[in-house]
Design a protein around this ligand. Structure first.
Ligand SMILES: Cc1cc2nc3c(=O)[nH]c(=O)nc-3n(C[C@H](O)[C@H](O)[C@H](O)COP(=O)(O)OP(=O)(O)OC[C@H]3O[C@@H](n4cnc5c(N)ncnc54)[C@H](O)[C@@H]3O)c2cc1C
Length: 441
């Protein structure tokens, strides 16, 4: 068991590193009695939908069960890309070619939408396009990554560089990976600042944002209104939109059966000497790998710290206990970080779906966009925006993610409590370990 006291800095906190600069917000003002659109969830998805609706003169109220931004949006790694998750994460395997083209085209649109939104609205989000390195966990994954890179280059137009292990130190000084690929167009932003900027945008557009108002039950449409029970009273809403992703719970039992909230953890190191940062990540790229239980890393936007993320083991743990485990995993990749301590360890829930693809649409008269599968900074912003356009009747064409089939999680009697996660996680760990062991033989 890694030693907690040697790893945690005296100022250690379980709040996300991002909250130092931009914490979530409280908005306890009274709820309206009536609203045109009630948006449930104040992450990127909900705020993006609300901003577009309000900009078009719709009366919108966003409610969150906790503080505004308490969910994954202010907790993520902030990495942005276009379609890599569908290809490298394996979601398009088995999807017919026409649908794959449409999903990838929409993924490109999501990244373009994010970049345009940030540029046009001058959002303070620290977006930097430095590229991403995908490291091969075992030698045979190198060929797989190269094939995926070719597919992404062909279908999404990105620039891919193959990096054999002999040249890996040009990208990052580790021997842990067996080469990999760099994609130039991918980047990263500051999730907390981006969320704060979206809050401002939604408010300035005319949306009402309210925290600490959990939606408990949504009644059927009666005389043109849903009666929505919240922890702070009832609201009558003509339309209800769920952007609750990995936090989808009791407010919508139907959607809850279709999504699993999987906890992912991150640490931030204390500020590091510039020479060390230059060894770990001279190009300031995002770094992920080819494991089933993904490990990811990036520099803080100011380039002073390493942020490192993964699951700490089969079971969820309190962040204080998870931090030494993540630190130990980070040292396996970069032993030169030994002796540097962890200032932050936090976690958040990623929304996973049965088919590894996000879904938007309408079920039983309720609209939704859910299921980022760990890749939602650009995508959930975009699907929120697309959902708003659809409600307004302004969409040019349906999104590829808008499909009537939104499969249930294929586990009997699943009701939103993922009791089976340690088993799935154990299976992934085992397969990753077998891959590594076989590679050594
Ligand atoms: C640790 C971590 C790292 C990640 N890294 C990346 C990354 O590098 N790149 C990337 O693209 N994506 C990443 N993601 C995923 C990304 O953060 C999410 O896809 C995205 O933030 C989802 O936004 P959202 O608005 O859909 O949901 P969220 O931001 O999760 O917001 C959902 C909100 O709904 C609220 N809510 C739930 N139920 C109710 C209810 N009944 N009533 C009222 N409110 C309710 C919750 O309180 C929550 O605030 C990461 C996620 C995590 C957790």
């Amino acid at each position: 068991m890694p030693d907690e006291t040697a790893v945690l800095a005296p100022n250690f906190t379980t709040d996300p590193y991002w909250w130092d600069a931009a914490p979530p917000a409280t908005a306890r003002e009274a709820l309206p009695e009536t609203t045109d659109v009630l948006v449930v969830g104040s992450g990127y998805c909900g705020l993006s939908a609300a901003a577009e609706l309000a900009r078009n003169g719709v009366d919108v109220t966003v409610v969150d069960a906790e503080e505004l931004g308490a969910g994954a949006s202010t907790r993520s790694g902030g990495m942005v890309s276009s379609g890599q998750k569908l290809v490298i994460g394996g979601a398009v395997k088995g999807v017919d070619a026409a649908r794959m083209e449409r999903l990838l085209a929409d993924s490109i649109s999501s990244y373009e939408h994010l970049r345009t939104l940030i540029a046009e609205k001058q959002l303070d989000a620290d977006l930097g396009v430095f590229g991403r390195y995908f490291g091969a966990h075992v030698p045979r994954h190198y060929d797989r990554l190269r094939r995926h890179g070719e597919l992404l280059a062909r279908h999404t137009g990105v620039t891919v560089h193959e990096i054999p292990k002999s040249r890996q130190h040009e990208v990052t000084q580790t021997d842990f990976y067996h080469g990999g690929i760099v994609i130039d167009e991918y980047g990263g932003l500051h999730p907390g600042k981006y969320h704060r900027a979206l809050r401002r945008l939604a408010t300035e557009s005319g949306a009402r944002l309210r925290s600490h108002a959990p939606v408990l039950k949504v009644g059927p449409l009666t005389n043109g209104f849903h009666s929505v029970e919240t922890g702070r009273g009832t609201i009558r809403a003509r339309n209800v939109f769920f952007g609750t992703n990995g936090y989808t719970g009791q407010g919508n039992p139907d959607l809850r059966k279709r999504i699993v909230g999987v906890r992912s953890y991150q640490i931030a190191t204390e500020p590091l000497p510039p020479e060390l940062m230059a060894q770990i990540n001279p190009g300031r790229r995002m770094i992920t790998d080819s494991k089933r239980e993904l490990v990811y890393s990036r520099p803080s936007p100011d380039g002073t710290r390493v942020l490192f993320g993964c699951r700490p083991g089969l079971f969820d743990l309190p962040e204080r206990e998870a931090a030494p485990r993540l630190h130990a995993m980070m040292l396996k990749v970069w032993p030169q970080l030994a002796g540097y301590r962890v200032t932050h360890c936090w976690s958040g829930k990623v929304g996973m779906t049965a088919d590894k693809i996000a879904h938007m649409g309408r079920r039983d008269g309720i609209d939704f966009a859910l299921g980022c599968n760990g890749n939602g900074v650009a995508l959930m912003t975009y699907l929120g925006h697309q959902s708003a356009l659809k409600l307004l009747g302004h969409q040019n064409q349906p999104s590829a993610f808008d499909s009537p089939a939104f499969p249930e999680i294929p586990v009997p009697f699943y009701d939103g409590r993922p009791w089976f996660l340690p088993i799935v996680s154990g299976w992934y760990h085992l397969q990753d370990a077998i891959d590594r062991r076989m590679a050594r033989l």
